[in-house]
Design a protein. Structure first.
Length: 114
């Protein structure tokens, strides 16, 4: 938990959105560039209605953006939306790396003592 409730909410929404395999497949589909709902649905094997539902969740979580080009709505990854998840996960690395370093150094010490 952070001191900022808005950051906590953003993280919760992003993790909830990423917990679904269909939504991860949609993000992978739009990673290389904007796609329409129909293109996304075809690529990931969903109905347009189901793809639209998942896109709504991804947009609410800040992980996808939608733009209107003429009569088409195009969706793309919002890399800024992944920032809350990345910041959360990045907090684990210093502790994990320090523990790994200590374990390796301890093992090296044990190897030299024996």
């Amino acid at each position: 938990m952070t001191a900022d409730p808005a950051e906590d909410l953003a993280l919760d929404q992003a993790l909830h959105a990423l917990a679904d395999a269909n939504r991860r497949a949609i993000l992978a589909a739009v990673r290389s560039g904007p796609r329409s709902v129909g293109q996304i649905a075809d690529e990931v094997g969903l109905s347009q209605q189901t793809a639209s539902h998942h896109l709504r969740v991804l947009r609410t979580a800040g992980l996808a953006t939608g733009t209107k080009v003429g009569t088409r709505h195009l969706f793309a990854v919002n890399t800024d939306g992944l920032a809350a998840v990345r910041a959360y996960l990045d907090d684990f690395w210093p502790t994990t790396l320090a523990a790994l370093k200590a374990a390796v150094e301890s093992r090296n010490t044990d190897d030299h003592d024996g």
